[in-house]
Design a protein around this ligand. Structure first.
Ligand SMILES: NC(=O)c1ccc[n+]([C@@H]2O[C@H](COP(=O)([O-])OP(=O)(O)OC[C@H]3O[C@@H](n4cnc5c(N)ncnc54)[C@H](O)[C@@H]3O)[C@@H](O)[C@H]2O)c1
Length: 447
């Protein structure tokens, strides 16, 4: 089938690549000419494992363009993968979705299906449908919803082996075309009306966000009452009704989806006079959780002025170069404002982060370089390089070996006896009292 993908971000490129892999002829269109030029030259504008190889393998079946007239003219299916960022009031900004649909409708020379893969509020498909009909183009356009559930870092695998394909359609014709698109993946379909499909996406993401915030609150309580949240999560997760995924305590969720999707659903519910109290709680807990390490650090230092802070991990999770809504964006400004000197390391996220903080941070080529002479270390992303590092480096390299781990990267036994203070989330503190004499810290507070 001839398919056009609108938007070549994390969802668009992966969707395009996977559809080419399954034999479709794919054209990817984006308004961002720099991004398209890179893709034409086979340079990946994002970091996503397995993507580059897949694109190279399917070069014959996939093309990239900034010419929307060309992109939409002959397409049998247009898949909208543009961004739906958060507005100031928390609602979803649909400007790009409407713009892309409008261009597709104006340029298509044949009947076609317009599939909304971007995450959109319930009712968007119906509104687009009305708007498209009013245009009276003489051609028939079906509007369908097909939410995306991929996770950055595992996006290619998630798409090729999706847990389910949700098809939100209001006609059997649209259902048939969507099934033809996905036919070769052989995955399970959930066929619903458009509104239910739109709701499935938000309800799924918000449930996962809620699960994370739940375990984070339990972790915070564990800190006070002396239980170990990792053991608690293990004991809970073995119950198949609960499951062990998204039950890892930490400094909160980030990324381009959970934060905005929780706020958008909460906004939509309020707008309909039906507050979602659980979602509100998930949002509030997460906001607080992101600065948990700063609060822990205050025990050691009243102020960060002139202290060297090592930051390990800038992206919102491992496996991606995306730092949208990452805890680094909450923590770094606070530290800088308080006068800290920041040395940061991230295996793939530094180039992107530099665009936001070009001058204020020293970017380091290795974990060791970041740790050298640091007065405290914040671990914000559980990159494998951090999880697998030799923990004796902390004591050897840091001026004051205090490690605050927001992702519970190390086993407590591993941290024990290595001469550094180790505070993680929802677990006992290791090494408190081990830094004596010359290591007494500023602000009159000893450890
Ligand atoms: N990133 C994820 O993990 C993920 C997962 C599931 C669903 N989603 C949803 O998918 C959508 C896209 O997310 P993303 O992370 O890929 O976004 P992104 O910001 O990475 O990419 C969006 C792309 O759309 C392009 N664009 C904007 N207007 C356009 C237009 N009129 N025509 C063509 N291109 C246009 C932008 O230039 C950009 O390259 C969002 O609604 C998001 O909520 C994202």
């Amino acid at each position: 089938m001839k398919i056009t993908i609108a938007g070549t971000g994390y969802v668009g490129i992966v969707t395009g690549a996977c559809m080419a892999e399954t034999g479709h002829a794919v054209t990817c269109y984006d308004i961002d000419s720099i991004r398209i030029k890179k893709l034409q030259d086979c340079i990946m504008p994002i970091f996503e494992p397995g993507l580059e190889e897949m694109l190279i393998r399917n070069r014959e079946r996939i093309s990239f363009t900034t010419d929307y007239k060309e992109a939409y003219r002959d397409s049998e299916a247009v898949i909208i993968c543009v961004g739906t960022p958060e507005k100031r009031d928390g609602s979803a900004n649909l400007k790009c979705v409407y713009a892309a649909v409008q261009q597709a409708v104006e340029c298509a020379q044949r009947d076609c299906i317009i599939v909304i893969k971007s995450t959109v509020p319930v009712g968007t498909g119906d509104n687009l449908d009305k708007a498209v009909r009013l245009k009276n183009t003489g051609r028939h356009f079906e509007i369908a919803n097909n939410p995306e559930f991929l996770s950055q870092g595992t996006a290619v695998r998630d798409t090729m082996k999706a847990s389910r394909i949700v098809i939100g359609v209001n006609s059997p014709e649209a259902e048939k075309v969507l099934k033809d698109i996905y036919d070769r993946l052989g995955q399970e379909y959930v066929v619903t009306d458009r509104r239910s499909a739109e709701m499935i996406k938000y309800a799924s993401n918000d449930f996962l966000a809620l699960k994370i915030s739940y375990i984070n609150e339990i972790a915070n309580l564990c800190d006070f009452i002396g239980a170990d949240v990792e053991d608690v999560a293990l004991g809970m997760g073995l119950d198949p009704r609960i499951g062990n995924r998204f039950l890892k305590a930490g400094i909160g969720y980030g990324g381009s989806c959970f934060p905005k999707d929780t706020k958008a659903l909460h906004w939509l519910a309020n707008f309909n006079d039906c507050e979602l109290k659980t979602i509100k709680a998930a949002i509030d807990v997460n906001e607080n959780q992101k600065i948990k390490l700063i609060k822990k650090a205050r025990k050691y230092y009243d102020s960060f002025r002139d202290l060297t802070v090592a930051i390990l991990g800038l992206t919102f999770k491992p496996g991606t170069d995306d730092f949208r809504e990452a805890p680094s964006l909450q923590n770094i400004p606070i530290l800088l404002e308080d006068g800290a000197k920041i040395k940061a390391w991230d295996p793939v996220g530094m180039d992107n982060f530099k665009k936001a903080y070009p001058e204020e941070i020293s970017y380091c080529g290795s974990i060791e370089e970041a740790l050298k002479d640091a007065d405290i270390c914040f671990i914000l992303t559980e990159w494998p390089e951090i999880v697998l590092m030799d923990v004796s480096r902390f004591q050897l390299l840091m001026r004051k070996p205090i490690v605050l781990d927001g992702r519970n990267c190390f086993k407590l036994e591993e941290a024990e006896g290595n001469g550094f203070i180790y505070e993680s989330i929802g677990r006992r503190i290791i090494g408190q009292g081990s830094i004596a004499g010359e290591h007494l810290l500023r602000g009159e507070r000893a450890v």
